[in-house]
Design a protein around this ligand. Structure first.
Ligand SMILES: CC(C)(COP(=O)(O)OP(=O)(O)OC[C@H]1O[C@@H](n2cnc3c(N)ncnc32)[C@H](O)[C@@H]1OP(=O)(O)O)[C@@H](O)C(=O)NCCC(=O)NCCS
Length: 389
């Protein structure tokens, strides 16, 4: 595939599939030169030597790269899966890992990569393409929303809680926690979560059976009078896929880290959580399928999160430094934000999901109908697939 691009340099940009043997070294350079972030914070991703690590767990995926001459100057990844969306079974294609190295930006290469991936999606029967970025990523939003016709769809919040190493959090004695078998968990999710959720994966059993999925737990009150309140969540060990490292952070964070390092021991003695060292690579657990029902479910969600914290604290010699949950900032996600323990300083509410119909354009008589559908779909919560993280 050859695309048009704007640099005066007369070489063409060639889009092709990623080839591990040929490209792995140049890919590392691309990833390193494309840190994601804003003026204040940069987050580096360590793919543990495997550029395909983020798409390996989905049933169908691809990675495309852009060459200019012998130089690999950009890349993009995509994965396809069946989900329930607006009461229908559809295939969605997730766009991720789009990178163009700085000297080659604003020449149309990012757009060419996305368009080629969309063509691949269409050839694999995808109904909608979607992607996630940050509210302040002007380049990404300018490209997807401004140029390629994507619509902002949701603004979930990413909640981050530091793991408290070496200290077990005490769980309330009136709350019971039980690990579900995969079949039980799948059935529970299908019955209680799928009907109220957009993007619920049709292949939930595959996710729950994946080696990265550590299990599903429900919390309930031991007292029979409170039987109508319960909470559920599953845990995904993202540390085994990739690790993160903060490259640059606001001054306030740097100062606080220094102070916490100095007084860390005292904090532990007082039973408080010290700030984790996030400037060296760290792993995290991702909580998915977080759902709660009943008037007293808030404490149950909190107890489940504390239970996961205790698991993380004793895991892998402290590799897992934080627990991450992504919840819908709108609809009933607001209630979850209040119940899920998290540190505001480490969390953010600027995640932005954008979507574009790939097949439905002819069927939708006008764009108004399409927008209308998204407004209606905001009444349901969002199921964040751990494979998309
Ligand atoms: C986002 C990124 C891939 C864009 O690649 P690119 O090759 O420069 O994009 P294009 O040249 O195709 O840009 C197409 C349009 O997007 C918009 N755009 C691109 N960069 C922009 C920027 N920095 N600010 C505002 N709009 C921008 C413009 O509308 C542009 O059209 P124009 O140049 O005619 O004005 C690149 O900036 C990048 O790698 N950034 C770091 C990684 C990242 O943030 N990835 C996205 C994660 S979702």
């Amino acid at each position: 595939m050859v695309g048009q691009w704007g640099k005066e340099d007369d070489e063409n940009v060639v889009i092709r599939c990623y080839n591990d043997l040929r490209d792995i070294i140049q890919m590392e350079w691309v990833e390193k030169s494309c840190e994601i972030g804003n003026d204040q914070t940069f987050l580096f991703t360590d793919t543990l030597g495997d550029p395909l690590c983020r798409i390996r767990n989905t049933p169908l995926s691809t990675m495309l790269v852009a060459d200019v001459g012998t130089k690999l100057v950009g890349c993009i990844q995509g994965s396809v899966k069946p989900v329930k969306f607006h009461d229908k079974s559809v295939n969605v294609g997730y766009v991720l890992g789009l990178r163009v190295v700085p000297p080659y930006r604003r020449c149309g290469i990012g757009s060419i990569l996305v368009q080629n991936l969309e063509e691949w999606f269409v050839s694999h029967n995808v109904d909608y393409a979607y992607m996630a970025t940050q509210k302040d990523n002007d380049a990404s939003l300018g490209l997807f929303v401004g140029t390629l016709g994507y619509t902002v769809f949701r603004n979930p919040a990413i909640l981050v809680n530091p793991v408290n190493p070496g200290r077990n959090l005490k769980l309330p004695s009136d709350i019971g926690i039980r690990k579900l078998k995969v079949e039980e968990a799948a059935s529970w999710y299908r019955t209680h979560v799928a009907p109220t959720t957009d993007f619920f994966p049709d292949d939930i059993d595959q996710i729950l059976r994946n080696k990265l999925s550590m299990g599903t737990w429900v919390a309930y009150y031991n007292n029979n009078d409170k039987i109508d309140s319960w909470a559920i969540l599953s845990v995904w060990n993202s540390s085994k896929v990739f690790k993160l490292r903060i490259g640059k952070a606001p001054l306030s964070y740097l100062l606080l880290t220094k102070v916490c390092n100095l007084v860390g021991r005292f904090l532990m003695l007082l039973g408080l959580t010290a700030l984790p060292d996030l400037f060296n690579t760290f792993g995290f657990y991702f909580l998915y399928g977080v759902h709660a029902e009943g008037p007293l479910c808030g404490n149950l969600v909190r107890a489940l999160c504390d239970h996961v914290n205790n698991m993380a604290a004793s895991d892998d010699g402290g590799a897992c430094k934080v627990v991450v949950v992504e919840v819908d900032g709108e609809s009933n996600g607001g209630d979850l934000i209040r119940c899920v323990p998290h540190w505001k300083m480490l969390s953010c509410d600027d995640d932005t999901w954008c979507i574009k119909p790939l097949k439905c354009e002819e069927k939708m008589s006008d764009l108004g109908e399409f927008d209308d559908m998204f407004w209606k779909s905001k009444s349901g919560t969002l199921f964040v697939d751990p494979r998309d993280v």
